[in-house]
Design a protein around this ligand. Structure first.
Ligand code: C2E
Ligand code: CA
Ligand code: CA
Ligand code: CA
Length: 280
């Protein structure tokens, strides 16, 4: 580094500050989008693998950007998490999803469950549980139909605030799902440390099913057995083909989600799927 030329050093600094300016611009765009109510929620059905009936849905946020079109959460959730804007965004998604769920319950689709993704930052909010309960009450949603999906990385934080928050949520009747199960470092030890209700088998495992990948089959089958022996519900995500579904059915996996059944769709389209009594 000693012989790093002055020019090169300047280039480095310019590069850094460009990046910082980029992030500042992105942050203020995110703030603008929140104020302008540009975020909406799409829904992906969660289906009983055996019967093909819709058991519920997962709420997935989308950004309807005036210039960029529909933006994927992969592109803005990380920034929202870093800037803390995820707290406001999470509240917004939760409120919209509850309002929509209320409409579906009113229309007579009872027994549906609602899954919502939650970031670590949100669980650190002192009033998180109270905010959730207030929103549920506001929309007359029973807490027992709510599933909060947390990615494995949240459990890795080994944070006392988070574990007490999770116990309080469960005491209130809310279910906790471990999302993307199997992708982290110590998935198994989290199962022992935290009380959970649902295990979501990551798409990367499901991908290997039905393509003559015996190892993938053995892994998924072991995860399902493990989940059931811990009295957890198991949801397989990212099911794209019939052969994957058939293999999961043979393994006794209860619930599934994926493009085979439906991509995430608008609330209106989801209403159509429900009205058709989706059996896929
Ligand atoms: P996730 O929770 O693992 O959600 C599943 C993602 O896989 C969704 O991507 C969904 O559209 C996609 N997917 C579902 N089935 C299939 C399939 O068969 N094939 C393929 N290739 N993909 C499938 P999406 O909607 O782009 O969301 C990406 C991630 O962003 C989510 O991953 C979740 O971690 C995060 N996210 C989405 N909405 C929210 C939110 O409201 N709050 C927070 N904190 N995170 C969110
Ligand atoms: Ca999820
Ligand atoms: Ca997932
Ligand atoms: Ca995933």
């Amino acid at each position: 580094a000693k012989d790093l030329g002055k020019g090169q050093a300047r280039l480095y600094h310019r590069d850094l500050s460009t990046k910082m300016l980029d992030r500042l611009a992105q942050r203020s765009d995110l703030e603008r989008g929140l104020a302008a109510d540009e975020f909406l929620v799409h829904y992906q059905p969660i289906v009983s693998i055996e019967t093909g009936r819709i058991a519920g849905c997962e709420a997935l946020v989308r950004w309807e950007h005036p210039e960029r079109g529909l933006v994927s959460p992969y592109e803005f959730i990380p920034l929202a998490e870093e800037t803390g804007l995820i707290v406001a965004l999470g509240r917004l998604v939760f409120d919209k999803a509850c309002a929509q769920m209320h409409a579906w319950l009113e229309a007579g689709y009872c027994g549906l469950r609602l899954s919502v993704n939650v970031s670590a930052r949100e669980l650190h909010e002192k009033h998180y549980l109270e905010d959730v309960r207030t929103a549920l009450r506001k929309h007359s949603i029973p807490p027992t139909i709510l599933v909060l999906e947390l990615t494995e990385s949240i459990f890795a934080l080994n944070d006392p605030t988070i574990s007490s928050q999770l116990s309080a949520l469960r005491e209130a009747g809310i279910k906790i799902a471990m999302d993307d199960f199997g992708t982290g470092y110590s998935s198994l030890s989290y199962l022992q440390k935290f009380q959970l209700d649902v295990l979501k088998v990551d798409k990367s495992f499901v991908d290997g099913l039905g393509v003559d990948d015996l190892d993938a089959g053995a892994l998924v089958s072991a995860i399902i057995t493990l989940g059931h022996s811990l009295r957890l519900e198991v949801v397989a995500e990212g099911i794209e083909r019939v052969d994957q579904r058939d293999e999961l059915a043979a393994m006794g996996c209860g619930l599934g989600q994926g493009y085979l059944y439906s991509r995430p769709v608008t609330a209106d389209r989801m209403s159509d799927l429900l009205a058709a009594g989706l059996s896929l």
